[in-house]
Design a protein around this ligand. Structure first.
Ligand SMILES: [Mn+2]
Length: 326
């Protein structure tokens, strides 16, 4: 059922023991919005636990409010009466955390993905919001007083999902929310430094390796590159260290669609697509079983060879780009 924010707030107030869950391969919005809603509910006296069903990249821990997040193992066996799923377009996105849900259906789903399937008892899914953390902020400011810790995790979610306030979805509401959070003590500098300036020498070496594979097509409008399992092994990097690489490809002048292919684990290829100004890449990946936003989307293909995934995704993207021109 599609709910109003008032509906959602009523439901949250009824909770006694709440579980708040984000998605696997967590980004700053999943991390920030789950941490924020957990802090908000605790301020209301709810026994709330925030769970990220995957490894949280280490650099997010520099933002103090994120340290309350738990893994599935850490809260296994705990009983919850209310489950709230954030920033996830369908139930498979919460991975192993599904076993923690009190019922099959989450009580509340808050999200901003166009591809959200409405899998909760109450769903508030609005692609007009630049980040799920913006929705959490709408709820939070009606319920509790803010402190720096809470304001900063919300700002983390908004900043990361807007590319630090540079994507097309950024408008006066985004800046107004950021201003409110800054008034409560949130600082953008430590967030930017943690998220954007944490690369190690080996990550830079992997980035250089990735750029060696760069291909440019469609008159310069499509650019793609890959990181193979072999490259990860050789540089000693984790797959999560490719975070932000696709943005480096999009930085090319004249490129509309950038794609990064990451082969990990072997036999699986993740394609991460970013567009610059007009191409809806969420539509492109939907044909391949993926999901996301108009300017940032992804899909995972199970194929024996990396090159097979590249050929397939590039083919679909190229024809979508050509259609766009007509
Ligand atoms: Mn998000």
């Amino acid at each position: 059922m599609r709910a109003s924010l008032d509906h959602v707030i009523e439901q949250l107030k009824r909770a006694k023991r709440a579980l708040i869950v984000g998605h696997v391969r967590p980004d700053g919005d999943a991390i920030g919005s789950v941490a924020a809603l957990t802090l908000i509910l605790r301020k209301l006296g709810v026994a709330a636990e925030g769970c990220i069903p995957d490894r949280v990249p280490w650099f997010y821990r520099e933002i103090p409010g994120t340290r309350i997040l738990r893994t599935v193992e850490e809260i296994r066996g705990r009983k919850f009466d209310t489950a709230i799923v954030l920033d996830s377009s369908d139930l498979s996105r919460i991975g192993d955390a599904v076993e923690l849900l009190p019922r099959e259906e989450p009580d509340v789903v808050l999200d901003h993905h166009v591809t959200n399937t409405g899998f909760g008892a109450l769903n508030f899914c609005d692609p007009d919001y630049a980040a799920t953390a913006m929705i959490v902020h709408e709820i939070g400011k009606r319920l509790v007083p803010y402190d720096r810790e809470l304001a900063e995790v919300i700002l983390l979610g908004i900043a990361t999902d807007t590319g630090f306030f540079k994507y097309a979805a950024v408008d006066d509401r985004t800046f107004a929310a950021a201003a409110e959070l800054a008034r409560h003590g949130a600082r953008i500098q430590p967030i930017a430094s943690a998220v954007l300036e944490h690369r190690s020498p080996k990550t830079i070496r992997l980035l250089v390796e990735m750029f060696r594979t760069l291909r440019i097509e469609a008159g310069g409008r499509l650019a793609y590159a890959y990181v193979s399992a072999e490259m990860l092994r050789r540089t000693g990097c984790d797959e999560e260290e490719t975070e932000g690489f696709v943005g480096e490809i999009r930085a090319l002048h004249g490129v509309e669609v950038a794609i990064l292919f990451t082969e990990w684990p072997e036999g699986e290829v993740h394609a991460s697509l970013r567009s610059k100004s007009y191409m809806d890449v969420s539509r492109v990946v939907r044909a391949l079983g993926g999901g996301g936003h108009p300017r940032a989307a992804g899909c995972t293909l199970k194929v024996p060879r990396l090159q097979d995934a590249i050929t397939r995704v590039v083919e679909v993207t190229r024809s979508a780009l050509l259609e766009e021109v007509l």
